[in-house]
Design a protein around this ligand. Structure first.
Ligand code: PLP
Length: 380
């Protein structure tokens, strides 16, 4: 990293792991005024309808149902497919993935992850299936696609449904095919920390009209008409303010992802060939969204632990995050499960101890990326 050798000092302001991209305020004000004047604030309003349509077009999928956040979308996705019994999932994710199972009274069965992608390992699926297994809930972790074709083959063989937690992906494709086309359903999050944000927000992607209708009923108290209730649904409707922001964000998202890519490339350059530091490369044939920049710190080679590096960065005013530590299976709610016992998921147990996500967002300056790299290199 020659060009960084002379760069020292720490950022004057705290650098967080992410910073939401927001469009120019004046442009959003036009939408706000229109919503104010119309007095139509929620319940499938004009912007909700427009955003659903525009999002389908942008993402290259047929049906989307909008939600106020990704967690409610996960809960409803499981309800929509009437998933029960046991579901195979990953321990290396944000807790909401497994909490959605718990809230549906479904038993999570944890499966280890792959060492090269940190995604759900499909070679571990078959051994974890029992007569109670009804579905698989993998996560495209950090936005990197799972082995979707292999997972599909196994699910088809055993008659299992697939719901992808796609909360980290936005616009990701494999060989130009949207990753959201795989699985029975995919769940998205538009939380403030995500690549694409509507303040809070979420969505379910499905592939047929009947499923879309069922999801739309479930998120609106089960109403299928003015006086008809077909299920004990919930209130999980996206409001007009979120939908309007979503519409506006679509104008800027390509540029925002391009800037994230530049940050990721710079980190790779700055941290390459450093003993004890590794990171994920782009996958062949995949268009990425650069949601996170995870780095693994190997204490034996680098001489410092991940937590040492985390604390050192804080001293430099840089706030990385230990996504995902601890493993979901290590939280009290889940650690009593058979599949959560220590030693069963060696890869996940190793990665969770080594990983730190470095700041990445469109407005992150290259000078700051250099300072972050320098803070790490100077510490070894
Ligand atoms: C993998 C994953 N699943 C689910 C969620 C929940 O989404 P939300 O915060 O929109 O409820 C998040 C993030 O917040 C996440 O990272």
């Amino acid at each position: 990293m020659k060009e960084n050798k002379n760069i020292s000092g720490k950022p004057d302001k705290a650098v967080r792991v992410t910073k939401p991209y927001l469009p120019p305020l004046e442009e959003f004000q036009d939408y706000l005024r229109d919503i104010w004047d119309s007095r139509w604030l929620t319940n499938n309003g004009k912007y909700h309808q427009e955003f659903e349509k525009a999002l389908c077009e942008y993402l290259g999928v047929k049906y989307i149902s909008l939600f106020p956040n990704g967690t409610l979308a996960l809960l409803i996705a499981l309800q929509a497919l009437r998933i029960t019994g046991e579901v195979l999932t990953t321990p290396f994710s944000f807790v909401a993935t497994t909490h959605a199972l718990w809230w549906n009274n479904i038993k999570p069965v944890f499966v280890d992850i792959e060492s090269d992608t940190f995604n759900f390992n499909p070679t571990k699926i078959e051994a974890a299936i029992t007569p109670q297994t009804t579905a698989i809930l993998p996560v495209h972790i950090y936005g990197n696609p799972c082995k979707v074709e292999i997972i599909k083959k196994i699910a088809d063989t055993y008659g299992l449904k697939i719901i992808y937690d796609a909360c980290h992906t936005f616009g990701v494709t494999i060989n130009d095919i949207p990753v959201l086309k795989y699985g029975d359903l995919s769940v998205m999050s538009f939380h403030a920390t995500k690549v694409f944000t509507t303040f809070e927000g979420g969505a379910i992607v499905c592939h047929d009209e009947a499923t879309k209708r069922r999801i739309d009923n479930l998120k609106n108290f089960g109403f299928a008409g003015e006086t008809t209730v077909v299920a004990p649904g919930i209130n999980a409707k996206m409001n007009e303010f979120q939908a309007a922001l979503g519409l506006l964000q679509l104008k800027y998202i390509d540029k925002a992802i391009e800037k994230r890519k530049q940050v990721a490339c710079h980190y790779r350059e700055g941290l390459k060939n450093i003993s004890g530091i590794s990171y994920l490369e782009d996958m062949p044939d995949v268009k990425h969204c650069y949601a996170y920049f995870p780095v693994l710190i190997d204490v034996d080679k680098f001489g410092k632990t991940r937590d040492d590096v985390y604390e050192e960065l804080k001293r430099h005013n840089i706030y990385g995050r230990r996504y995902f530590y601890p493993l979901i299976s290590q939280f009290p709610t889940y650690r009593g499960l058979e599949s959560a016992q220590p030693g069963i998921m060696p890869v996940a147990e190793r990665v969770t101890q080594k990983v730190i996500c470095l700041p990445i967002y469109p407005e992150l300056r290259i000078k700051t990326v250099n300072q972050i790299c320098q803070a790490i290199l100077g510490y070894s």
